[in-house]
Structures are given as C-alpha cells and as structure tokens.
Design a protein around this ligand. Structure first.
Ligand code: ADQ
Length: 459
C-alpha cells in the first residue's frame, strides 16, 4: 500500500484534550495511520513575518506538516480570494462576491508555496489527496514541479452552474487547474453536472464515458462521493445522551414545549435569516403553536474578519431581537439564539431532545448537521428532519420533509406538519434515512475516493 498525503487548508494536529475533534479529521487521521503518510496544510497562524518552513509533528506513522501564513497572505488568500470570492461564487451569491487581481495573485502565491514546501517531503509513490476550494491550483503547481504521481481533489462545497462560474474572470485558470488532477470528486450529481456542462460548453472538452473526461489536454476521472458521517458513533452518542443528566434536565425545563433545532456555523449560505423569518411565519400562521414551540438556534461565529460575516451576525441578532420583542411572553421566548460551540456529546443530546431538526441552507455542499440529527434520534420516537432542497444531503435523505428555504410559508407548513406527524410516519421516514446513513458512511466516502484514485493515471 502506498503512503497517503492529504493536503487541506487547515490541519488538525491531534492533542490529548481535543474534545471537538471528530468527523473528517478523524476519518483522515485513521486513513493516514493505516497507510502512513503526511497531513499538510496551514497551521491556522497568521504572523507578521511567517517562517517559510513547515513545522513538523510526528504522531506514530503520521507526519503533520503545517505552514504559517503572513498577515498579508491571510488577508488576501484566506479572507480574500478563498472566502470573499470563491465561497460566495460557489454558493451562488455573486452579489456578495468581490475580487481583485491582487488577491488572486496571492491565492496563487499560497498554492505555489504549499507546492514548493510539500515536494521535498514526498516519496516516489505517494498518493495525494487535496481538499477544497482553497487549494484548486495546488495540483497544477505540483505538476509544474515535475510530479507525475496520482493526485485527487475533492470539493466540499457545491460547484456552481456554468453561468455562475463564468462570472469569475479567472474561471478558465481554475478549470484548467482542476483538470491537472487525476480525479476530481464532487458531493452531488448536481455539482458534477454543472462541471461537465462547463467542460463541454465553455472549455471545449469532451465526455468519454466511464467517468472520464478530456479537457485542457488531459484525461481525468470525475465522480461523485457524497460525504457521510460516522453513523455508528452518532447512533451511540444519541443513545448515551438519552440517559445523561443534562438531557433529562433540559427535557424537564422544556416541559410541554416542542423544540425546533438549528445548528450551523454562522454563514450566509446556511439561510439563518430566512429560517428565523420562517419561524415567525409559523407563529403567525399557526398561532396555536405559540407558547408550545421554541426555536433553538446554535450558531457560533466563523470567518469573523470577513465583512459579510459581520453583517450576517448583525442582521441575525436584529431579527432574533425583533421577533422575540414582538411575540415573547413573560414565560416564553420564541427564539433562543446561542452563539457558541458544543462538543459531540452535547450536540447529540440537543438534537435528540428536539422534535424537529431544521436545515434551511440556501446552498450547501452536503450539510452534515442534517445527517447527525437523523443518526442520534431515538428509533422508538424519532424527530422529523425539515431539509432544504438546496443542501446536498437532500439527494440522499429523500424521506425528510424537503423544503424551499426561500418560501417562508412552505417551511412553516413543514414545521407544523412535522410537529403533528403521527409516530408511525416518523418511524417510517427515520428508518428510510438511517438506512442510507448506515450505508453511505464517512469511512465509505473516504475509502471509495482513495480506491478510485488508486486506479489513476487514466491517460
Ligand atoms: P460546513 O459548512 O462547516 O462544512 P456542515 O456540513 O454542516 O457545514 O458541517 C458542520 C460541522 O460542524 C458538523 O459536523 C457540525 O456538527 C459541526 N458544528 C456546527 N455547529 C456547531 C457548534 N455550534 N458546535 C459544535 N459543532 C458544530 C463544509 C461544507 C458542507 C459540507 C462539509 C463536509 O460547507 O456543505 O457538508 O464541508 O464536506
């Protein structure tokens, strides 16, 4: 078995007291531990004068190699081109997108820096797996340095329709760089179709069948790999949470109140303002549910140095205040908005005591919260998932109540329907969803990507 080299924008170097570690980090660490290898990426530190050499930490057979960025790189590459250009573009928010040649040049500079510092650490037959929109140019930069070995890229976000993608002046440079990989993985069929549409109609490329395409002088494989969760782990966490004192106490506190829960990074792609407005619509259209229902929204701030994220926070806090001001009673608050993080056990308890899991993303690569919510439910008395059709997860969790997040009344109707849903229907829907989650796990996602990549090159 060849060594695996994983490259992602941020690297999680394991620590003994890392309570939040889970999900992707653990799946990647597992794969690296099995085969030996390197996890390479940004340390998360932005300092005035960054050390150009990677910091190396060895844990067993795994080497963690992390680079610091300079303040300029942090602003222009991370906050700039990655999070103010590509993120809004890939989430169909061209109105929120800004770009500058200088930031794109810095994006390339950081991709070049990653390539230059990674090459000396590589062995002859390593397999490389690059993650996400921050590092689209990395494969091409590695090829420029003579690397011929198999390289795969997985995009965690959506890939936008060609009409949207071409809004970016550098669309061709990015598409060409994607084609420098041997395997490009997408979350959903919709993302793959968008990419193929671009390749055929904008890049003059061709589809050769069996997942192969030819474009920009290269032949590569393009496939979908919908990311999953460690379902068994979440099922166990749900069962444990049922008996925990914290959950029992919360249930006593809730009394007859039904809890609708939302858990998200504070991000405009998650449709949080629309969610609050849909909840208001519920209070207006179903007044009998007032004092009987509460929305618990957990949304810790993210990317808080990016102006659009400051704005979404301000807007959301304003909406929570307005709605609570208008509808709250002495003994009832409609929206409980908490801006902090919780560990997996705590989240499992919160999901489990909530009658509705509410996911209203305006666009989302997958949305793992939807999957986690389903996995921790009590099989005897499961809650109902209300899920945006624009989250990748909607392609797999068809038994959820699928909604259009722009349609407040439709979302309100789905919440009301979920709250009134008979036990038998809730169980049927849950069984259909948990079966999908037990099949398409995080480990299966990881292994099928690596398996497909192992068949490279495809020339
Ligand atoms: P995200 O946009 O971060 O991921 P998501 O898929 O929902 O979105 O994953 C969020 C993760 O963070 C979940 O595991 C969740 O439990 C955790 N989390 C969220 N809020 C939390 C809180 N308050 N406390 C603790 N944990 C919290 C990106 C893409 C998604 C894609 C994933 C994986 O945007 O579309 O599904 O990558 O590919």
């Amino acid at each position: 078995m060849t060594r695996l080299v994983v490259v992602s924008n941020r690297v999680t170097v394991p620590t003994d007291n890392d309570v939040r570690a889970g999900g992707l980090a653990v799946a990647v660490q597992d794969a690296l531990a099995q085969r030996g290898g390197i996890w390479f990426g940004w340390s998360g530190k932005a300092i005035q004068k960054a050390d150009p050499e990677p910091h190396i930490t060895k844990v067993g057979s795994v080497t963690y190699a992390t680079l610091d960025l300079s303040r300029t790189q942090y602003h222009a590459y991370y906050n700039g081109f990655a999070n103010r250009t590509l993120w809004p573009l890939f989430h169909y928010r061209i109105g929120l997108m800004s770009f500058s040649k200088r930031e794109f040049a810095c994006y390339r500079e950081v991709n070049e820096l990653f390539a230059a510092k990674l090459v000396p650490l590589l062995h002859e037959d390593d397999t490389l797996w690059v993650h996400d929109y921050h590092l689209i140019l990395l494969g091409e930069e590695l090829r420029k340095r003579g690397l011929q070995r198999p390289m795969g890229f997985f995009l965690h976000t959506p890939f936008p329709a060609a009409e949207i993608f071409t809004v970016l002046p550098q669309h061709e440079e990015l598409a060409r760089a994607l084609c420098a990989y041997d395997l490009v993985g997408f979350q959903t069929d919709r993302d793959l179709r968008s990419f193929l549409d671009y390749i055929v109609h904008e890049a003059g490329g061709g589809i050769m069948g069996d997942h192969l395409i030819h474009a920009f002088g290269r032949t590569l494989r393009v496939e979908i790999f919908p990311i999953g969760i460690d379902t068994e782990l979440y099922e166990k966490a749900g069962a444990m949470a049922e008996d925990s004192e914290a959950v029992q106490q919360s249930k006593r506190d809730l009394g007859d109140l039904s809890c609708v829960v939302g858990v998200d990074r504070l991000d405009y792609s998650k449709g949080l303002v629309e969610r609050f407005q849909a909840f208001e619509c519920l209070l207006v259209n179903y007044p009998e549910l007032r004092r009987k229902t509460t929305l618990l929204q957990i949304a810790p701030p993210s990317r808080s140095e990016v102006p659009e994220y400051k704005e979404i926070r301000r807007h959301l806090e304003g909406e929570a205040g307005r709605i609570n001001g208008q509808y709250a009673e002495l003994d009832w608050i409609p929206i409980n908005y908490l801006s902090r993080s919780y560990n997996r056990e705590e989240l499992a308890g919160i999901y489990r005591m909530s009658k509705i899991g509410l996911v209203t993303s305006l666009r989302d690569g997958m949305n793992l919260v939807a999957k986690e919510y389903v996995a921790v439910q009590n099989p005897e008395d499961p809650g109902v998932l209300v899920l945006s059709r624009f989250a990748g997860a909607a392609g797999e969790l068809e038994a959820a109540l699928i909604v259009n997040p722009y349609d407040s009344e439709g979302v309100a109707d789905a919440i009301a329907r979920g709250l009134a849903m008979p036990l038998e229907e809730r169980q049927e829907r849950w069984k259909a969803m948990i079966e999908v989650l037990r099949t398409n796990t995080l480990m299966k996602w990881r292994d099928s990507f690596i398996e497909s990549l192992n068949e490279a090159p495809f020339e």
